[in-house]
Design a protein around this ligand. Structure first.
Ligand SMILES: Cc1cc2nc3c(=O)[nH]c(=O)nc-3n(C[C@H](O)[C@H](O)[C@H](O)COP(=O)(O)O)c2cc1C
Length: 186
């Protein structure tokens, strides 16, 4: 759409990843972008585990759900975790730690796009396997894994995922999610 930031307009959750290594300075930039996100009281509730080494990647592969087979090609997986006590817990269920992680994750996704990478967040994994494999304390919430890599070939992707690579963006009608000057949702 005209006027939108290019990164917002063109970023997509793609799956055709290359196994090529991501240079250290690019990794550092992605993670810096993530940490520049705003957070409630500047609590910075996010904790990132950046995984690029074979054995550690393998442990995360064991945690992925079947549908996320494609993420095993990623040369880099980022584990995003938090604890509710790492950020403000305000009235009416306003736990801001996961919210902050979302903001940081989006920063990372947009910086990755600007650096010519695909970065794809996932909920399809078993957090208990991740916690056990890396001795992450029980009270952490492993909120997402992000698969990151340069664009690669479609080979190895399921038919459904090949089709998704070139699909149009799919969003609810704006009237379903945005109201102006009055509340219009059930
Ligand atoms: C929290 C979260 C979890 C997601 N989990 C998965 C996942 O496990 N597997 C997957 O292929 N895509 C996953 N996605 C990607 C979404 O399906 C994708 O962002 C959505 O369909 C919109 O497409 P777009 O990002 O290309 O606009 C996830 C996205 C988010 C934000």
């Amino acid at each position: 759409m005209a006027g939108l930031l290019k990164e917002i307009d063109e970023r997509r959750a793609k799956r055709a990843l290359s196994e090529d290594k991501i240079p250290d300075e690019v990794v550092a930039r992605l993670m810096k972008a993530a940490t520049y996100a705003p957070s409630c009281f500047n609590s910075q509730p996010w904790r990132f585990m950046v995984v690029t080494e074979g054995d550690s990647l393998g442990k995360l592969h064991d945690a992925l759900s079947g549908g996320n087979y494609w993420a095993k090609k990623a040369p880099m997986l980022v584990v995003v975790a938090t604890k509710l006590t790492l950020d403000a817990r305000l009235s009416d269920s306003r736990d801001y730690a996961p919210f902050g992680c979302g903001l940081a994750t989006e920063n990372l996704l947009l910086q990755a796009f600007a650096d010519g990478l695909y970065a794809h967040p996932m909920a399809g994994f078993d957090p208990l396997i991740v916690k056990e494999a890396f001795d992450i304390p029980e009270d952490y919430i492993v909120i997402t894994l992000i698969a990151i890599g340069y664009p690669g070939s479609l080979g190895g992707l399921s038919e459904k995922h090949v089709a998704a690579e070139g699909s149009a963006r799919n969003r609810k009608a704006e009237t379903e999610v945005i109201s102006y000057n009055s509340w219009s949702f059930e």
